[in-house]
Ligand binder design. Structure first.
Ligand code: OAD
Length: 234
């Protein structure tokens, strides 16, 4: 079977072998930090220094990690496949880009950017962000917040994503527990559209496993390069 239009949803599991923590595995980020302390708009109003500190630490961590075999294989797929390959990622790291994937949609934002709450400007931000830093566009401070979608906020690019889900003929989900909506519902949307093959790659069955036509269990770093070679006919 050959496919033309491939859409890939990635989650924290694809970056685990690079050394970045997932959220819900044992010892994951949400075992160490309470979501309501660091990942909601209310948390930022209540204690902005704590929230900035949480994302500063995660931003710093990016300097110590590199893409793994799964990221690199997806970049190869985008380069060598004859049709479109789009990655929709829930991850806020930049490992897909560093592996040289170009067609990447960050639906939950990006650690390497901040957004001005006063003028809306999104800008690249590679160091620590603190409340005394001013926005380079409007000059106001405190104004900068992590460019991250928090619980209770709407993910980015949803119109574009729904268009892609309706057009693909292969939907692959890699390294996500399938517990956070709307991403957790993408496989059901694809299934409803009716003509795409759906494949899950994860360490263990996700919450949405029953919606997938096919599943492969193991480490993304092992399974994704094999899959990509299959898709490229190698
Ligand atoms: P989770 O931590 O919920 O799930 C990670 C999944 O990856 C689990 O099902 C693991 O079994 C699997 N996994 C771990 N290591 C793996 C490996 N080496 N290879 C393959 N799979 C592996 O992370 P997400 O599903 O990405 O949102 O979480 C979704 C969202 O919840 C995140 O984007 C974040 C979080 O709250 C926001 O912060 C808005």
């Amino acid at each position: 079977m050959t496919y033309q239009n491939i859409v890939i949803l990635t989650g924290a599991g694809i970056s685990a072998e690079s050394g970045l923590s997932t959220f819900r595995d044992e010892g994951g980020l949400w075992a160490k930090h309470r979501i309501e302390d660091v990942a909601t708009p209310e948390a930022f109003i209540k204690n902005p220094d704590l929230v900035q500190g949480f994302y500063n630490a995660r931003r710093r961590q990016l300097q110590d990690v590199t893409p793994n075999g799964a990221h690199l294989a997806l970049a190869k797929l985008e380069k060598e496949h004859s049709g479109p390959v789009t990655i929709i990622t829930q991850n806020v790291d930049d490992l897909h880009e560093r592996a040289l994937s170009h067609n990447v949609i960050h639906m939950h934002g990006e650690l390497s950017k901040v957004r001005c709450t006063q003028c809306g400007r999104v800008q690249l931000w590679l160091g620590d962000c603190t409340q005394d830093k001013a926005c380079s566009a409007c000059g106001k401070s405190p104004a900068l917040r992590p460019y991250i979608v928090w619980f209770g906020e709407l993910p980015y690019y949803m119109d574009r994503i729904h268009g892609l889900l309706g057009q693909c003929d292969l939907f692959i989900s890699i390294g996500t527990s399938g517990t956070v909506y709307p991403a957790a519902g993408f496989v059901a949307d694809v299934q409803k559209a009716g003509y795409a093959h759906t494949l899950e790659i994860n360490l263990e069955p996700s919450a949405g496993i029953s919606y997938f036509a096919e599943a492969r269990f193991g480490k993304a770093g092992d399974l994704v390069p094999v899959l990509v070679d299959e898709l490229l006919g190698k």
